[in-house]
Design a protein around this ligand. Structure first.
Ligand code: HEC
Length: 143
């Protein structure tokens, strides 16, 4: 066997092996869905829910390693920071904190994160959508 062929077989073997690593790609039950006016809800669902809710859409490519590791990591981390499916007064929920964080990331144009936007161009926020979300965040802070 030539050296190139051996290297190729090792690479293909590794690719197949990493597919067997289990992933935490679950959608836990919705505890309390964030209450928001319909237009705001639509923006949140289109641009934020894949990483910040328990209603993540897992496309076929999210199941294929090694990309699946990155996507799963983003969802797990995203939900930890902000979960619109667990949006309630319980468990130390502080609407002012969440509103402040939302205002920060929206002002800085940090969300949705860039790799996601490359695959979901429709999730990109227009200026008016950013403004609308910021208005909603401000209304949360004053609740
Ligand atoms: C592709 C996944 C993804 C999408 C889509 C996404 N986020 Fe995030 N978000 C993350 C991750 C990962 C983190 C945590 C790490 C970080 O701060 O970069 C995060 C963190 C946050 C935080 C907390 C920041 C902090 O300072 O702790 C807020 C607020 C937030 N996102 C808001 C949003 C909003 C609003 C949208 C929709 C407009 C959105 N995100 C869309 C992945 C995402």
């Amino acid at each position: 066997m030539t050296r190139t062929r051996i290297i190729l077989i090792v690479i293909v073997g590794l690719f197949i092996l990493i597919q067997l690593i289990p992933l935490n790609q679950t959608n836990p039950p919705i505890v309390q869905d964030a209450a928001a006016p319909a237009d705001i809800k639509l923006i949140l669902k289109t641009s934020c829910y894949d990483c910040h809710s328990n209603e993540t859409k897992w496309p076929w490519y999210s199941r294929i390693a090694p990309g699946s590791f990155l996507i799963t990591h983003d969802v797990v981390e995203g939900r930890k920071h902000l979960n619109f499916s667990e949006f309630s007064e319980l468990d130390g929920f502080d609407s002012t904190d969440i509103a402040d964080e939302m205002l920060d990331v929206l002002e800085a144009g940090e969300m949705p994160i860039l790799p996601y936007l490359l695959l979901h161009p429709d999730a990109s926020l227009s200026d008016s959508q950013t403004k609308a979300l910021m208005g909603w965040a401000k209304s949360l802070a004053s609740e």
